[in-house]
Design a protein around this ligand. Sequence first.
Ligand SMILES: Nc1ncnc2c1ncn2[C@@H]1O[C@H](COP(=O)(O)OP(=O)(O)OP(=O)(O)O)[C@@H](O)[C@H]1O
Length: 237
Amino acid sequence: MSDAKTIISPAIAVRDLTFSYNAKQSDIVIDIPQWHVKNAEKVFLYGPSGSGKSTLLNLICGTLDASTGHILIDNSDLTQMSSREKDRFRAKHIGVIFQQFNLIPYLSVQDNIALAQYFNTDPNQPLRPFLEQAFETLHLPMSILSSPASELSVGQQQRVAIARALLNKPDIIIADEPTSSLDETSQTRFMSMLFNSIEEQNSTLIFVSHDHRLAERFDRVVSLSDINKVKGNIDAF
Ligand SMILES: Nc1ncnc2c1ncn2[C@@H]1O[C@H](COP(=O)(O)OP(=O)(O)OP(=O)(O)O)[C@@H](O)[C@H]1O
């Protein structure tokens, strides 16, 4: 990522974005006139339960379609893409770490990670060197590669999810409450590993959490209620 790109174009730009899960105008969940995230910026996003954080992340990932408005990722407008184009775009540019890690339980660790390579620009890139480096950084033994994901501890599943999210060297990492099921020691270790990995790759991070103690590591702390015109619950954060 060049310095010029860092200065000129944000990694994520949201314009006049609205979204509702149904057609009723009164049920709008997201109404964001404008929001930018800079390249390589690490943003901590918070807000009360039900305020629309996961909805916004899903819109940015392209797994939900905006009702109106635009979402530009590295200057490409997600709202102008077909579903297939969005799937490919996401696989190349966005790494996702959700609360449930979304590993397929009966597939081996290696196959879970290899699935993420499906849409890679260079599908012939050998997986092994990536796995060796990622597993060393994430303190995961290579011996678990052939184990079904269901046999891993929660902490190991989380680290595999990080490895998978980083496989295609995504420009953007989206993390939705990834530490909510971890004890404090595991949380600290998880955060260090995540930050080391994304700093190495110069990725942009949007991280949603209810745990304010984690916020100090981030470049910017954003309350959803400050950018979203839809006001739900009183912000209890
Ligand atoms: N699939 C869905 N269909 C209809 N409504 C939904 C759906 N998913 C979420 N909602 C509603 O949209 C609103 C925002 O939900 P969302 O999950 O984005 O909130 P959140 O801020 O991420 O909450 P939490 O902190 O509890 O995870 C809530 O009112 C929720 O009930």
